[in-house]
Write a protein that binds this ligand. Structure first.
Ligand SMILES: Cc1cc2nc3c(=O)[nH]c(=O)nc-3n(C[C@H](O)[C@H](O)[C@H](O)COP(=O)(O)OP(=O)(O)OC[C@H]3O[C@@H](n4cnc5c(N)ncnc54)[C@H](O)[C@@H]3O)c2cc1C
Length: 393
């Protein structure tokens, strides 16, 4: 039976990150993915590498600071994949947040980002408003501009895996995790690949199965803690009419939620929604009412597109957020990553719930720190904040 230091379930951004971090630390690591890299949530995000301006309102300062630090690292190590973009926040007479409130928020954002060049912000002069892709100008009081970054989430995931493979990591794909048995010395992991059953032994199993993480955790024997989480669906649509000036950060006219209207591959990507989800994560799909909600945003802010209908949508996708279970609206819940282990000292299983695309590297470093007491001594091969990520071919 093959033996590893770390076996990871799930080839999304978190699984990719842990694979890279484990290999960089000099450990023997294997990633098991049942379909394709980034086939889950990590290809269905808003594709932003961002500090999360709106998390300031819910007081998640530590998360914003960490995310801005990770944004700066991405701009350095993944320049082929992550691009700084102007963001525009139009403020109308009836917009909930006034320009002075936004500027205070952006000043705190800049402070948490160490006032680097990418945290500069200001107002777009009125003379430049006509260059904003036909943005509605009636009752427009101000347009605030700041910067955040955009990526291709699936390519970023593949780039991280490619980096890990370059450090000697292994991958089994397509390969479906079936079950794990804990013993004092580690974990026996069973998976199926090409309809045959394979068993490997590892010191630590990392469960990075995203919305499927609870399913994976329930297949561990003896049972391990499974936290109470909710799945919340987020849908995006693509329309062929391109916006080009930058990313528009607008309030939905129906409920005031923040929605992004983004340039994307020569077209426009609009998202997202927050719909509680109770079914099988494999069955998630965009709902007609979510598509209507997103179209209403575009029609409202871009009068030239007021005739858009669902038949204009060229692409649609839905992903699932994993959030701590609570009764409050998904929008206001913590976006901090939840890490659980089978035991405090020398964990054999670590599960990752939730988190952000932006935070994959920091989350992976945290995982390595938590599981290091269970791993043999190894000589480090690389530092993940210095490894350059190349666009995969
Ligand atoms: C609508 C939406 C928008 C978002 N926008 C942003 C954003 O703009 N910026 C940002 O920073 N974050 C964003 N996020 C958060 C971010 O996308 C997620 O935190 C991240 O993609 C989660 O990655 P993951 O690796 O944990 O899970 P996933 O990407 O879902 O990966 C889990 C993997 O596990 C595999 N798997 C499951 N079961 C098994 C099994 N039995 N055997 C083998 N493999 C298995 C699946 O096939 C899948 O590939 C968004 C999330 C959503 C839902």
């Amino acid at each position: 039976m093959k033996e590893y230091d770390v076996v990871i379930i799930g080839g999304g951004i978190h699984g990719a990150g842990v694979l890279q971090a484990a290999a960089a630390a000099g450990h023997k690591a294997l990633l098991i993915e049942r379909q394709a890299l980034a086939s889950g949530t990590s290809s269905r995000s808003s594709k932003l590498i961002h500090g999360g301006l709106r998390y300031l309102e819910s007081g998640q300062f530590a998360l914003v600071r960490e995310s801005l630090r990770e944004r700066a690292i991405h701009l350095r190590i993944a320049a082929e994949l992550v691009e700084l973009k102007p963001f525009f926040i139009p403020v109308y007479r009836d917009t909930r947040r006034r320009p002075w409130q936004l500027k205070i928020g952006l000043w705190i954002y800049a402070l948490l980002g160490g006032f680097d060049a990418a945290t500069r912000f200001g107002s777009v002069p009125k003379a430049q408003w006509p260059a904003l892709d036909g943005l509605k100008s009636s009752d427009l009081d101000a347009v605030i501009r700041y910067h955040d970054a955009q990526t291709n989430d699936a390519l970023l995931t593949r780039a991280v895996v490619k980096s890990a493979l370059g450090l000697g990591a292994e991958i089994a794909m397509p390969a479906k995790f079936m079950r794990a048995e804990l013993s004092e010395g580690g974990v026996n992991v069973k998976y199926t690949a090409s309809s045959s059953s394979v068993e490997v032994k590892t010191r630590v199993l990392v469960n990075a199965a995203g919305p499927w993480a609870s399913q994976v955790a329930r297949a561990v024997d003896p049972a391990i803690p499974v936290p109470d989480v909710d799945l919340v669906q987020g849908t995006h649509i693509v329309i062929p009419h391109p916006v080009t000036a930058g990313i528009y950060y607008v309030e939905s006219p129906s409920d005031g939620r923040a929605v992004f209207v983004m340039p994307w591959a020569g077209a426009t990507l609009i998202g997202t929604t927050e719909t509680p989800y109770h079914g099988d994560p494999d069955q998630v799909h965009p709902l007609p009412e979510e598509e209507e909600y997103l179209l209403a945003v575009v029609r409202h802010y871009f009068p030239a597109l007021s005739a858009l209908t669902r038949s204009d949508i060229t692409e649609r996708f839905a992903g699932l957020r994993v959030l701590p279970a609570a009764t409050q609206a998904a929008f206001d819940r913590s976006r901090e990553t939840i890490f659980t282990t089978d035991r405090d000292a020398r964990p054999r299983v670590l599960s990752i719930y939730g988190g952000k695309l932006t935070g994959w590297r920091a989350a992976s470093a945290h995982v390595m720190q938590r599981i290091s007491p269970s791993l043999p001594a190894a000589s480090r091969k690389a530092q993940t904040d210095l490894l350059i990520l190349r666009r995969p071919i």
